[in-house]
Ligand binder design. Structure first.
Ligand code: UD1
Length: 422
């Protein structure tokens, strides 16, 4: 298994290009199942999660062709041969559940393996299922699979989510585009990835309004056509790399970055003493002084502080002056990076969903283990600021969500390399 070797190397300078959003692409790809005409996605990130979704769609009979080194995906669901998403693929990635709504909407039936839990929590899919039931789907859970049927087709319904789940909103939104009549999704998730999905579906001919607010209205249409769509910038990759100059000093421009994607995050950076300014081609990040100030962070659905940036923010706060309190409100087990950061000399006390970080003057390099995607990159960021060498193992987690991490960081002067263990 490969590992990443990072050595603290002082201030960074230069530019980092930000890729298209993994989480947007993972919901845009299943949208192909809604139409028999081609869907082309531009600005796709080159990641193992995208390859897993390609594998899943191909197993259903869709064509997925990767062009321009993977930055363009040409998808076609003209000849769907199977309506079953098999456990062997679904278990690799929870986002696989996003084929359920589209398959059911277009074919009136779908069998999708339950994704099960994952390292950061139980992550049930009850909200996805309730939404589809509200559109008339008949569901049965059997042998670890959801068997869904809508023999006469889905019909518009009223969906009121108890929690603004991103994935459940996406599944409901896709399914509703082909349902008969009007669907209203209340307490819908407002993430930029949902707005991006709605834009793409609209380009395919869907009738949608209200995306980006808590209430989305969809008037079902008989069929959807093809489209060419550019994937929105990855706000989590953006926020992650914004933290590199925040942690190491220097000045880095994040190409393609936009404030509105990371506003709540920028507010916390500002309170910590980090300046973010807009440029013609992105965002520039610098530190206002050598001292980082402690700040308190609570993760929330968008537009709040994203859970997917909590681990990376913790890496910054490990060397802040004072005590920071981080509250994780989205996932119940998302502090697995804390004990690894403590191996590097961080002072962190985790009690349930709250982590209290007491800043230390410097972290020290150590061998550490990546436990999930965002945890893995937080350890790399911590390694950039640490004295000596940090070896991050189990980097397959990283490959799920960060393309070219070594070249992007070494391009701004970081000392980082990937080591292949034979
Ligand atoms: C998406 C993102 C993930 C991000 C998360 C929250 C993708 C591919 N992944 O995940 O990176 O961390 O949003 O911003 O887009 N829940 C239920 N029942 C459900 C669905 C969710 O209880 O049916 C719970 C989950 O267990 C979790 C919380 O709701 O505690 C948030 O989940 P959700 O918003 O659905 O996240 P995902 O779509 O899985």
């Amino acid at each position: 298994m490969d590992s990443i070797l990072v050595t603290g190397n002082g201030p960074l300078s230069g530019q980092i290009p930000i890729a298209g959003a993994k989480n947007a692409c993972l919901t845009l790809m299943p949208a192909t199942l809604l139409s028999d005409e081609p869907l082309t996605l531009i600005n796709a990130p080159r990641l193992s999660d995208i390859r897993t979704m390609s594998e899943l769609l191909r197993s259903l009979g869709a064509e997925v062709t990767s062009l321009q080194g993977g930055q363009v995906l040409a998808l076609s669901s003209h000849d769907i041969t199977s309506r079953t998403a098999d456990y062997d693929i679904v278990r690799k990635m929870r986002a696989s559940i996003l084929v359920l709504g589209p398959l059911l909407a277009r074919y009136g039936e779908a069998v999708v393996s339950l994704p099960g839990g994952c390292a950061i929590g139980a992550r049930p899919v009850d909200l996805h299922l309730k939404a589809l039931e509200a559109m008339g789907a008949e569901l049965e859970l059997k042998d670890g699979y959801v068997h869904a049927a809508a023999p006469g087709g889905l019909r518009g319904g009223t969906i009121d989510f108890d929690f603004a789940s991103v994935g459940a909103t996406e599944n409901a939104l896709m399914a509703a585009t082909l349902a008969k009549g009007t669907t209203v999704i209340s307490n819908a998730a407002r993430e930029p990835e949902i707005v991006d999905l709605a834009r793409c579906l609209r380009a395919m001919g869907a009738q949608i309004s209200g995306e980006g607010t808590s209430e989305i209205t969809i008037d079902g249409v008989d069929r959807l056509g093809g489209a060419t769509h550019t994937v929105v910038t990855d706000r989590i990759e953006l926020g992650t790399y914004m933290l590199a100059p925040a942690i190491c000093g220097g000045e880095v421009e994040l190409l393609g970055g936009r404030i509105e994607l990371v506003e709540a995050f920028c507010e916390k950076l500002d309170a910590a003493g980090i300046s973010v300014s807009e440029t013609a081609s992105g965002l520039t990040v610098t530190r206002r002084s050598d001292v980082i100030q402690a700040v308190n962070v609570t993760t929330e659905p968008f537009p709040g502080f994203p859970t997917d940036l909590q681990a990376q923010m913790m890496a910054l706060l490990c060397t802040a002056e004072g005590t920071s309190v981080l509250e994780e409100k989205i996932f119940e087990n998302r502090f697995m990076h804390a004990p690894e950061l403590m191996r590097m000399g961080a002072e962190i006390d985790v009690q349930g969903g709250t982590a209290t970080v007491t800043g230390v003057s410097r972290l020290k390099g150590a061998p550490v283990m990546a436990t999930d995607l965002r945890a893995s990159v937080s350890l790399i960021l911590a390694g950039l600021a640490a004295e000596g060498e940090t070896r991050v193992s189990r980097v397959y987690h990283l490959d799920r969500g960060y393309e070219h991490v070594v070249s992007k960081l070494s391009g701004v002067g970081a000392s980082i390399e990937r080591i292949s263990d034979t």
